[in-house]
Design a protein around this ligand. Structure first.
Ligand code: ZN
Length: 266
């Protein structure tokens, strides 16, 4: 098997190895991180030079107790939201949607909050958002939620720290803040998917954030193959059957096209 310890600069051989690895698989689960969305113009907040390196996001405790924190948070969101709404899925998202339509993809587990997998055509019920969604806004006190677009209108109209129209509690995006555990239901579904897949395909995640980083080893120990498509090394690389150090979009496009050709030629 072609499993280089260090991914070669020319990834042609490793992409061929990825296609061979995936060819017999019918229950693929993709695990995606920021690297799949940077090609859609969504910044990698956690990465080197990312927004969070310059200014950390608020912690849950700070958000709850500090009105100024909430004002700054909502001002930044008001500024960033139009970019998020305008972002379009790229070739990587499209390839995963095509694999799902062909009945080869069980689920997408994602660390991204941008909603681009759903926009690309993946069934929302098969997209497991480990860090929540920026397209939903939730009340910190009563838990009710609204589409982010409705709150964006209030921000544009001049509100600086929007509160819940029902109970008056502070509103926040339905994304995971620092110091906050992952949504339990999403993580439970992710664990189920990791146990059920025959190939876990990691795309654009450096696999350093726990507990999400435990999912690829879990899939592997349950008998799945493991492929990692990421531009930089990850701590899970030694477990991988194939490593591809290349762009997510072009790599997944080649993979999906090879597997779908198999499907049409029997
Ligand atoms: Zn409320």
């Amino acid at each position: 098997m072609l499993t280089p310890a260090t991914p070669a600069p020319d990834s042609g051989d490793t992409i061929a190895a990825l296609v061979n690895l995936a060819r017999p698989c019918r229950r693929i689960v993709a695990f995606t991180g920021a690297g799949i969305s940077t090609e859609s113009g969504i910044p990698d907040y956690r990465g080197p030079g990312g927004v969070w390196e310059r200014q950390a996001p608020p912690t849950l405790g700070d958000f709850r107790t500090n009105l100024d924190t909430r004002r700054v948070y909502w001002e930044q969101r008001r500024a960033r939201y139009p970019t998020l709404v305008a972002a379009q899925p790229n070739a990587g998202h499209a390839a995963l949607a095509a694999l799902e339509r062909a009945g080869r993809l069980l689920a997408v587990i994602t660390q991204n909050i941008d909603g681009l997998h759903q926009k690309a055509g993946n069934d929302p019920d098969r997209v497991i958002e480990l860090h929540g969604s920026a397209h939903t806004v939730r009340c910190l006190d009563c838990g009710r939620s609204w589409p982010a677009a409705a709150i964006a209108e209030r921000l544009t109209a001049g509100e600086s720290g929007p509160s819940c129209p029902v109970c008056g509690g502070p509103l926040r995006a339905a994304t995971v803040l620092f110091g906050e555990p992952l949504p339990a239901e999403a993580f439970r579904r992710a664990v189920d998917a990791a146990r059920a897949c025959d190939l876990m395909l990691v795309v654009g995640s450096s696999l350093i954030v726990n507990p999400a980083a435990q999912l690829p080893p879990l899939a592997k120990s349950a008998g799945a193959r493991l492929a990692i498509v990421n531009r930089t090394a990850t701590p899970v690389d030694p477990l991988a059957d194939v490593l591809v150090a290349a762009e997510a979009g072009s790599t997944l496009a080649i993979l999906a096209s090879a597997l779908l050709d198999d499907g049409t030629t029997g």
